[in-house]
Design a protein around this ligand. Sequence first.
Ligand code: FOL
Length: 203
Amino acid sequence: MSRLTLIVAATKANGIGKNGGLPWRISKDMSYFAQATTNAPAEKQNAVIMGRTTWESIPKKFRPLRNRSNHVISRNAEYELNGQAELHESLEAAMHSVAKSDKVHRVFIIGGASIYKETLNLPRDSSSFVDRILLTRVTSPAFEDCDTFMPEFIPRSKGTAGDVHGWSRASHAELQAWVGFDVPDSVQSENGVDFEFQMWVRH
Ligand code: FOL
């Protein structure tokens, strides 16, 4: 069974995007994303799986995401990636291809909304299952003009929907141990944007 990690930055209302891009520019979160998705043992690489619109949202100079194996999902089999990433016609096809490589360390689902939704809904007994979320929670401002949202995915407050979704929040120490580098604890600020690095797991 392949375990998948979903990585996302989202507001409290689960807003993740605006006009085909990110609603904010948080460089500390971008470098966290780059480090967390890249960090792998010698001789291995992580895979990043994304939808076609997320691929197009990454600035050309950062595409493909370096030192990671890039996988793009599009129903259009003719979509031109110019050899920069592997094209797959479905999430399932992408998983199969990634699973075949023994060079792959971790598999990250990096968006966007429809890929997040599809992967979060994979049943526990399927060949791949999302058991971890690296969430950067953007707590302020509200970014109310988001036009793209995550599905409701983790409990909003302690003791509510936790048992429904099966997600529980890991400690900061567990987050650092898993990503393999030091991560700032509790709420961070950059240019007036408040955010927090969180890890959620389910079994
Ligand atoms: N997860 C988190 N925590 N924050 C995000 O911004 C985020 N974004 C996506 C998926 N998960 C996320 C999808 N969007 C790049 C751009 C957009 C994007 C993902 C990645 C990108 O250009 N990344 C470069 C670093 C660029 C830089 O340092 O400014 C990379 O090498 O990862």
